[in-house]
Design a protein around this ligand. Sequence first.
Ligand code: GDP
Ligand code: ZN
Ligand code: ZN
Length: 593
Amino acid sequence: MPACCNWNDVFQYETNKVTRIQSMNYGTIKWVCHMIVFSYVSFALMSDKLYQRKEPVISSVHTKVKGIAEVKEIVENGVKSARSIFDTADYTFPLQGNSFFVMTNFLKTEGQEQGLCPEYPTRRTLCSSDRGCRKGWMDPQSKGVQTGRCAAYKGNQKTCEVSAWCPIEAAQEAPRPALLNSAENFTVLIKNNIDFPGHNYTTRNILPGLNITCTFHKTHNPLCPIFRLGDLFRETGDNFSDVAIQGGIMGIEIYWDCNLDRWFHHCRPKYSFRRLDDKSTNESLYPGYNFRYAKYYRENNVEKRTLIKVFGIRFDILVFGTGGKFDIIQLVVYVGSTLSYFGLATVFIDFLINTYSSNCCRSHVYPCCKCCEPCAANEYYYRKKCESVMESKPTLKYVSFVDESNIWMVDQQLLGKSLQDVKGQEVPRPLMDFTGLSRLPPSLHDPQAVPEEPDEMQLLTAEASPRPTNSPDWCQCGSCLPSQLPQSRRPMEELCCRRKPGACITTSEPFRRLVLSRRVLQFLLLYQEPLLELDAESANSRLRHCAYRCYTTWRFGSQDLADFAILPSCCRWRIRREFPRSKGQYSGFKSPY
Ligand code: GDP
Ligand code: ZN
Ligand code: ZN
């Protein structure tokens, strides 16, 4: 678009010009492509509900664990044992966030009080004398501050004495099987309220009519909010008894995919389970899930505590999902974004035309057919839709020989070599356009009206005339003359009408009738400027230039090539002989750029 200089430039509209190809094959391909795109777009629209505005869920969770376990406690070195009952208050601990914890195993150290006592014997705490201990030393792994003495622990085992809660907790393995193995049968009720504030919609997972004696089952009872702990582990392929020993972390996912449209309303949760801790961790990498807590009490006015190392399962409840409702803006945005896919048919068909047109066969880009039928059709379509424009360079020239069917494109500086000897790039000759011929004056159609010099009237098919001795050595037709131009520009005019020896094009009938006929040229000049008055001075010059153009458009077909076409020396001099310049030198070819 030109730069805006006035209001007329503003009030204009530019549109693309298109080429319509009447073809059964391409028409079918177009409709098939459109149908595929349309089906895909509609399918995606409906299956992903892309016409809806979606909003993430916000939620609150509340849980209640129920169940009783009978625990056989080993009180001291496996000698005495006692049975006790654990209820909810004993085995659940308050946790923050959407989590709850169920104890499955524990280690108890009873009757601890502040004092001095030897460390539990390990490789790092064993000693043989006081020199093996350091007063005031605090090992992060140990339970107290060393006093610097080496004291007897049991028998002849000696360890460093520490100031700590005594007796020191024994470094023991978690009991096997887990003490609360029966926690497998505990149940948890999960209450989950959700809200989509943007859609002003609230709901919960426990609906009024729900039977609260149910137990969740993936297929038989997928909406029941009461879960048996053992079942959760079975869903993830784990064994509850194994996990119960060291503890672990289990995720309970509640997924809400809500369709809030009135006609397809659906908003129910989907429960799924996932083991969140790393079950492959070995002993040395602290497997499972455990922590310590203490129960404090006073005995004889001395503060005492019972230290419990608790192993258990933390359940994390993860609520996520979206709620979608029809929104006209979303629909328009989606439709708009898919429109470009309908251009796929054009890209695909253009690709076929470009690939299988014989233009590409000629350029050997693709090893395609030997110009079979589709190629011929494609080449026709390609020519109709594609207009190529050469890069405008001062060195660009086109050359045509009467004994060769193609045109040559030369795009280089000649540097002393005559144009006749330069190898260029072959380009196909544009198809002849005969429409203009019918507009020519009667002289062309009437052989009697052809001008003089009957001796030169012969057909080009005649035998090659012997080469006159004065023609330059690059000439093959015998009619060329040396160039008059300065030395540097001379190679440009060193061009013959033929590649191989033979008859000159200037002796042909069309050359005479088209290029040399004064009446034809005068008519063409008047055709261009109807009231042109040709005085003697300018007449020859204009006729000569017109003759050059007649020759180039005749031999090169299209105006694009003709502008850069170089006349063979024989033609140039034949025209100049017919319409000579009175004084001075001829200036020769000037590049249009
Ligand atoms: P002048 O008329 O005395 O200046 O010299 P010429 O008879 O050589 O004509 C010069 C004009 O003809 C310029 O406009 C040139 O571009 C054009 N002309 C001369 N030679 C060629 C040629 O080989 N090919 C083309 N396309 N145009 C030419
Ligand atoms: Zn020649
Ligand atoms: Zn010639």
